[in-house]
Design a protein around this ligand. Sequence first.
Ligand SMILES: *[C@@H]1O[C@H](CO)[C@@H](O)[C@H](O)[C@H]1NC(C)=O
Ligand SMILES: *[C@@H]1O[C@H](CO)[C@@H](O)[C@H](O)[C@H]1NC(C)=O
Ligand SMILES: *[C@@H]1O[C@H](CO)[C@@H](O)[C@H](O)[C@H]1NC(C)=O
Length: 405
Amino acid sequence: MASLVLVSGLFGVGIGAQLLKTLPDDFRHTPGSWAWLSYDVPSYATLPGQFNRSVFEAPGEAVATDPEVVALNRQLNETDFVAYDDRFFDFVGPDATVEKVITLAHQTHEAPCWVPGTKDIFFVEWGPPGGDNGVHNYQYLLNTETHKLRNVTTDPPTVNVHGCVAYDGALYVVTDGGPSESAYFAKIDPKTWKRTTLLNHYYEQPFGSFNDLEVDNDGNFYLTDSRSGYFRNIIPFTPPTNPSTYFVDGKTFRPKAIQITTGNANGVSLSPDGKTIYLPNTGVSGGDGKDPYGERGLWAYDFATSGGLRKAKVPVLTNARLLTNPIANFYDGIRVSKDGWIIAGANDGVDVIDPVDGYILGSIRVGGDGEAVSIVLNGHDIWIVGRGGVWHVSNIRTALTDSKK
Ligand SMILES: *[C@@H]1O[C@H](CO)[C@@H](O)[C@H](O)[C@H]1NC(C)=O
Ligand SMILES: *[C@@H]1O[C@H](CO)[C@@H](O)[C@H](O)[C@H]1NC(C)=O
Ligand SMILES: *[C@@H]1O[C@H](CO)[C@@H](O)[C@H](O)[C@H]1NC(C)=O
């Protein structure tokens, strides 16, 4: 979207401009386009005319009667970086860019993982109408330097992968299950593509359909189990219980529920010290329709502190708190940077969220009709997989991971 600098430059001095806060000096001429929405601009705090949007639409998609607001929305719809907080400028810096590196079908892409020891990102196409009636028995590998895409099939094939995390040289994945097997948690060796199933039941109760996972510094796993696979008709196993998050002991693979919701489970990530877990509740995503009253909140929980008798982490959550409702739609994949910033796929981009005050610092937009679903952080870059393709956000000022792979 670098060519849109000119467009935003024009709008920046024209109609719609008085609703925006003036950009900091070093953000006036940047390779990516910027807008700053701030409630300390009085004309933005009290918009003229009528305006309307559902929670499923981004601010730039609101229907408005006033020409200034219409012009603002046209600009927002073409902007790479939308700041809501001055900390976003410091976080992203002026040199960052957003590039769509590959165009794919306008359907969900999920489960991105950096393949250890390579330049490849592993990810999947998920659900109908793709695959064989929504069933996928292969995954994608995208070379991040050449942008060449290829397929991989594990041995045995892994059906309907939905989440992935790279840990200790391997890929750990969760699946929704498929027509003839319920959801499971597995390890994939990226050198041989051999798949080993690690866990596939809770005392003979099938899991509903796993959505995503996270791993802590001790090698324990956190698996979110959702209702999405059943609602999208890719598995015949009735969700046996409400969507849940399971703690899975990294040595025994014994599962234990740590959070249950009547909404829906989705992404999961941990704070860098492993003491806090972040879980978006995405009840709005659980059914066929779009119910604006469905849950969308991003929640933080702490782990109960371990007592003197027990060194291991206590898999019990405490201190639940709502960090924020996303500005648009719901948070899907989430990851936490090395400094603790929460980065989440949401609708037309990814949001950066403060883990303590819950303010959304800004959105990095994918543009066009794309939708950000899930992300991989790498050094100063974010790779976004979603509806319509894969996007690469480069040159973010803040280091997101310790070293670049
Ligand atoms: C606002 O938008 C919703 C759809 O999102 C629509 O049903 C409703 O009629 C709109 N209301 C007005 C006043 O435009
Ligand atoms: C991957 O495999 C699927 C299913 O066989 C096929 O539709 C798709 O074109 C393949 N893509 C690539 C990049 O090989
Ligand atoms: C936003 O931009 C996309 C193309 O980039 C266009 O298809 C869409 O209609 C625009 N939406 C609005 C509300 O202007």
